[in-house]
Design a protein around this ligand. Structure first.
Ligand code: NIG
Ligand code: FE
Length: 410
C-alpha cells in the first residue's frame, strides 16, 4: 500500500541526522511529508515508488542541493531597542566587556533603549531580525527576554516575542531571562533584585504563559551560583525549563549548577571547570557553544575537544544580541565552530539540528528528518553538507520549508 504525501522533496544529498534504517546521510535521497510531518525517508526511487501524492501536492527535485533538518538557533536575544556600535568601538580600543557593564553601560544601555521602545517598535525590529535569520536557514529560534529588567518591561518584551512567534514562519520558543543583569534601581543589591524576579516577575510571566524556559546570567560580576539557583528553581516551580548562561569569562560555578538543577543546557562555558563538565555529562545537560561571541568580543574561543572528552553533547547557536555578538547566521556560526572551536562539519551541523533540539527539549518533534517529525527542511545550493561551513560567509540557502510549507525560495 502506498503512503499518502502532499510534499516530496528529493536532493543530491539528504542529511536526516537520524539513525533509522535510512541512515544519517543519503546520496540521492528523498523525504515525503503529509500535513506538516515527515512520513517517509529513503532513496529517491524508494520514496517515489511508495508514495501517492494527494491534495495539491508539491514535488521538489534538487539534484544539486543538500537538504538538512530546518536549522535551529537555540540561543538568541532578538527583542531589543537600539544598537551598541559605540561600545564596539570602545572594546576595539581596549575596553573590557564586563568592565563596560560594571560602569553602567553594556547590557544596561540596551535596557534603557528597550524600556523606551513601544511594543510596536520592538515588534517591527524583531520581525526584521527573524526575516534575516530565515534567509540564513533558521526555522526555529529560542528568544530570550532580559532587556526590560522590571516586571512591566520584561512582560512587554515577552508579549512581543509571543506575537513574533505567532505571525512569522520562524517558530519562536520564548525564554524568561529577567536575571540578565542587575538593573540601575537595584545597583548594589542583587539579592533584592532576585527577590523581585522570583516574587513578582516569574509568577506574572507564568500566569500569562509567556515563557517556556527560564535562564540566568551566572557569572562573576553578574549573578552568583546561589542567586542563579534561586531563579532557576523558582522558574521550574512555575513550569519553566531551566537553561543558563554559564562560565562565559571565568569559572563561576555555572556548569556545576546546571548539572545540579538538571538544566536542559548550559551555554557559553568557555571557562567551565573540568569537574563542571563531568557533572554535565552525568546529568545529560547539553553544552551550547556560541563561537560567534568570543570572536566578536575578542576572547578565547570554546574548545570543542574539552566537551568531546568529557562526553558532553554540543549544540551550537548564534547568541544574536546587540552587545557581545551581532551574528545572526547559523551557517556562519558553523564556520566559526569549525575554524575557531575545533568542531568537525558534522558536529557543527548536529549542533544546529539534533543537538539544538535536545538543548531545547524538543527532540521528539524537531532536529532530524524521520517519520513523525515536523517537516522543517533547509535546502542549500551545495553538493555536500561540509560546504555549509566551508563556504565562509556565502549564503547558500535556497529554499526553506516550515511545517511542510515553502516559506522561503521556491
Ligand atoms: O549571551 N552574557 C550575557 N548576555 C549576552 C550578551 C548580552 C548583551 O551584551 O547585550 C550573551 O553574551
Ligand atoms: Fe546569550
Amino acid at each position: 500500500m502506498k503512503v499518502e504525501a502532499d510534499l516530496v522533496l528529493s536532493a543530491g544529498q539528504l542529511v536526516t541526522m537520524a539513525h533509522g534504517p535510512a541512515g544519517p546521510v543519503l546520496e540521492e535521497g528523498a523525504v515525503a511529508c503529509l500535513e506538516g510531518r515527515v512520513v517517509m525517508v529513503g532513496s529517491r526511487e524508494e520514496v517515489e515508488g511508495s508514495t501517492r501524492l494527494v491534495g495539491g501536492a508539491l514535488r521538489i527535485e534538487r539534484p544539486h542541493s543538500v537538504a538538512t533538518p530546518g536549522l535551529i538557533d537555540c540561543h538568541s536575544h532578538p527583542v531589543f531597542g537600539g544598537w551598541r556600535a559605540e561600545e564596539f568601538e570602545m572594546r576595539l580600543g581596549g575596553a573590557d566587556y564586563m568592565e563596560v557593564l560594571k560602569a553602567g553601560g553594556g547590557i544596561l544601555n540596551t535596557v534603557r533603549a528597550t524600556r523606551a521602545a513601544s511594543p510596536e517598535e520592538l515588534f517591527t525590529l524583531g520581525r526584521e531580525r527573524l526575516d534575516a535569520m530565515l534567509k540564513c536557514g533558521t526555522t526555529t529560534l529560542e528568544a530570550k527576554s532580559g532587556y526590560g529588567l522590571d516586571t512591566e518591561n520584561e512582560v512587554k518584551c515577552l508579549r512581543v516575542t509571543g506575537r513574533l512567534g505567532s505571525s512569522h514562519p520562524v517558530e519562536v520558543l520564548p525564554t524568561f531571562l529577567g536575571a540578565h543583569a542587575v538593573p540601575p534601581e537595584f545597583q548594589g543589591d542583587p539579592d533584592g533584585y532576585v527577590d523581585l524576579v522570583c516574587q513578582e516577575m516569574i509568577p506574572r510571566v507564568a500566569q500569562e504563559n509567556l515563557a517556556v524556559y527560564v535562564d540566568v546570567f551566572c557569572e562573576v560580576g553578574a549573578f552568583s551560583p546561589e542567586q542563579s539557583r534561586r531563579v532557576l528553581e523558582c522558574g521550574m516551580e512555575h513550569g519553566m525549563k531551566p537553561r543558563l548562561h554559564a562560565d562565559e569569562f571565568r569559572p563561576s560555578g555555572g556548569a556545576e549548577l546546571a548539572a545540579m538543577v538538571g538544566a536542559l543546557s548550559a551555554d557559553h562555558l568557555v571557562a567551565a571547570s573540568r569537574e563542571g563538565l563531568r557533572a554535565m555529562a552525568r546529568s545529560g545537560t547539553v553544552a551550547v557553544l556560541l563561537p560567534g561571541t568570543p570572536f566578536f568580543t575578542q576572547h578565547e574561543p570554546p574548545n570543542a575537544g574539552r566537551f568531546r572528552d568529557a562526553g558532553v553533547p554540543m549544540a551550537l547557536a548564534t547568541d544574536f544580541n546587540p552587545g557581545s555578538c551581532t551574528l545572526l547566521s547559523l551557517p556562519l556560526t558553523m564556520s566559526l565552530a569549525c575554524l575557531t572551536a575545533g568542531m568537525s562539519p558534522w558536529e557543527a551541523l548536529q549542533g544546529c539540528t539534533c543537538q539544538a533540539a535536545k538543548a531545547l527539549g524538543v527532540q521528539d518533534r524537531l532536529g532530524t528528518l524521520e517519520p513523525g517529525k515536523q517537516a522543517d527542511i533547509t535546502l542549500f545550493d551545495a553538493p555536500s553538507f561540509p560546504h555549509i561551513p566551508y563556504r565562509l560567509g556565502h549564503n547558500l540557502v535556497e529554499l526553506v520549508i516550515k511545517r511542510g510549507r515553502i516559506v522561503l525560495g521556491g
